[in-house]
Design a protein around this ligand. Structure first.
Ligand SMILES: [Zn+2]
Length: 135
């Protein structure tokens, strides 16, 4: 792999590892993933915002088929996760049996390898969510 690709990979990995989105400078809306225009006030000035990675299951579905490279974990659960800060994102659940997920269940982000070959020819990381262990 040419060295010139490395900074791009690092940026990508950083964004996924940290669940980094943006906060609108005008209205304070927290957005993930970052967008060009604030969906709340149409502002276009943002500061980076790192989400806590905590949230709750808003809805979910169990997947029995998957694209090549994702099929070794079948079946798996994909959820809409409502982050503690407000945005709803789609993510795969992990450390949970199919059918065990419940709406309203508290979850937290973990970082897992998604596939061995990403589009950049490197190991691709991404976020998943697992049930939050209550103490
Ligand atoms: Zn805004």
């Amino acid at each position: 792999m040419p060295e010139t690709h490395l900074p791009q990979i690092w940026r990508l990995r950083d964004q996924r590892y940290r669940l980094e989105g943006a906060q609108c400078a005008a209205c304070g809306e927290k957005i993930f993933p970052a967008k060009e225009i604030c969906p709340n006030c149409k502002g276009d000035q943002f500061t980076p915002y790192v989400f806590s990675g905590r949230g709750e299951i808003y809805s979910y579905s169990v997947m029995y088929q998957a694209p090549h490279g994702f099929d070794k974990d079948l079946p798996y659960t994909v959820a809409l996760v409502k982050l503690a800060e407000g945005p709803i994102i789609t993510a795969q659940l992990t450390d949970i049996d199919p059918g065990e997920a419940e709406i309203g269940q508290l979850v937290e982000m973990v970082t897992r390898v998604l596939g061995e070959e990403g589009e950049l020819g490197a190991i691709e990381y991404g976020y998943k969510f697992r049930p939050l262990l209550q103490s």
